[in-house]
Design a protein around this ligand. Structure first.
Ligand SMILES: [Zn+2]
Length: 168
């Protein structure tokens, strides 16, 4: 994606049709982690090994990163639950896991359409057979759901990020 926040547009219809079933927070964490190198470079001139490289932008990397975020979140939830019981803890844990894996998977599915240098199938192949040169259409398609997601967040409807941990 040209702009990382556009990935969050995926959450708008999910929040609407399946409220509280997918954690916005774990989805956001995955999104930021996968684009962290690029974000740090843009804002702080941080070093970049490779734009959209296979260490973050491949199915294998996304699965690994999602598994780490999902696992750490669930362990934190279990530890928290021991000291202060969480309402609907199993459902929240499942939502957290879904958010993590959905964030990782959709990140790759969207980015591989617009970044020719990506290696989504690494380490098995360095090519990107899914590249469609579709930056403009994908960006335009995501602007509306991203605006919808922002509206959900500021209006307090849907599964907003600031309530993602506490009230899912
Ligand atoms: Zn990305």
């Amino acid at each position: 994606m040209p702009i990382t926040p556009l990935h969050l547009g995926i959450l708008a219809p999910i929040n609407h049709f399946f409220p509280k079933k997918v954690s916005n927070l774990s989805f956001l964490l995955i999104t930021l982690w996968m684009d962290a190198e690029i974000i740090l470079h843009l804002f702080f001139q941080g070093p970049v090994r490779e734009f959209h490289g296979p260490h973050t932008h491949s199915f294998l990397a996304a699965f690994s990163i999602s598994t780490i975020v999902a696992g750490v979140g669930v362990v934190a939830m279990v530890l928290w639950d021991i000291h202060r019981p969480i309402r609907n803890a199993p459902h929240r844990a499942l939502a957290w896991i879904l958010g993590a894996y959905l964030g990782g998977l959709t990140h790759i599915l969207l980015d591989m359409l617009v970044h020719p240098e990506m290696q989504p199938l690494a380490p098995w192949t360095k090519s990107n057979p899914f590249y469609l040169d579709a930056m403009l259409p994908v960006t335009v398609l995501l602007v509306v759901p991203t605006a919808w997601f922002i509206l959900q967040s500021v209006s307090g409807k849907g599964d907003v990020i600031r309530r993602a941990w506490d009230r899912q």
